[in-house]
Design a protein around this ligand. Structure first.
Ligand code: PGA
Length: 251
């Protein structure tokens, strides 16, 4: 089995001003100086440059939280992949459940966003995950497979290894209700199987777990064979707690 570099991402959502983002990065960097993992910060658009400028010369990568699928056009309020790449942003979160739920993000749009991100040289972090009703109804695998097939429909088998997948059960996001190790492992292994069946080099794909990851549960989740990292929301807003999660990946 190939070694996959752990990938720990801080999804700040709509938190932190430029000043607060700067303070966070200044506090974080000394705490993660020795890490061998990919550490990724996903600030709001307005704080991207502040984080980019502070992380030059470090292992920290920067990701946006969304983008439009077109390079330019009459799409008021939107930002495109080339605009992000110009800022030296390296990655972009796509299909987060909050965007699917509150901003009508569709699988059709995602099928265009993922290749658009790749074309601009951005690493897509594609989020998939089932609702509580789907899990209770035994439809978790069906939902995951449908999202993966639809959202990656226009990506070549070869390019799939460039995509990071985040498994985020919706019922675990911001709820404090974390998936059990067994649930996280099962879902991430299933995602890898779906990618493999599609013809991708699935053993090279980083698959993250997201949903109430905290310093206290990170080590157990990150030790699972098919969990290669974490997408951290609430616990990523504090530099100390995020650094502890980064540290748990190394342990
Ligand atoms: P949470 O959010 O860690 O606050 O549950 C995770 C996410 O939405 O990416």
């Amino acid at each position: 089995m190939p070694e996959r570099t752990p990938y720990i991402a801080a999804n700040w959502k709509m938190h932190k001003t430029v000043a607060e983002a700067g303070e966070f990065v200044d506090a974080l960097l000394p705490q993660i100086a020795a890490t061998q993992s990919d550490v990724v910060i996903c600030p709001p658009f307005t704080a991207l440059t502040a984080v980019v400028e502070r992380r030059y010369g470090t292992a920290v990568k920067v990701a946006a939280q969304n983008m439009h699928e077109e390079d330019s056009g009459a799409f008021t309020g939107e930002v495109s992949a080339p605009m992000l790449a110009e800022l030296d942003v390296e990655a972009v979160v796509l299909g987060h459940s909050e965007r699917r739920q509150f901003f009508a993000e569709t699988d059709e749009a995602l099928a265009r966003k993922v290749p658009a991100a790749l074309a601009a040289g951005l690493e897509p972090i594609l989020c998939v995950g089932e609702s509580e009703e789907a899990r209770d109804g035994g439809q978790t695998e069906e939902v995951l497979e449908r999202q993966l097939q639809a959202d990656l429909a226009e990506v070549s088998d070869e390019d799939i290894a460039k995509v990071v997948i985040a498994y985020e059960p919706i019922w675990a996001i911001g709820t404090g209700k974390v998936a059990t190790a067994e649930q996280a492992q099962e879902a991430c292994a299933f995602i890898r199987d779906v990618l493999r069946a599609r013809g991708a080099a699935a053993d090279d794909v980083r698959i993250l777990y997201g949903g109430s990851v905290k310093p206290g549960n990170a080590a157990e989740l990150l030790a699972l064979p098919d969990v290669d990292g974490a997408l951290v929301g609430g616990a990523s807003l504090d530099a100390e707690s995020f650094a502890q999660i980064v540290g748990a990946a190394a342990a």
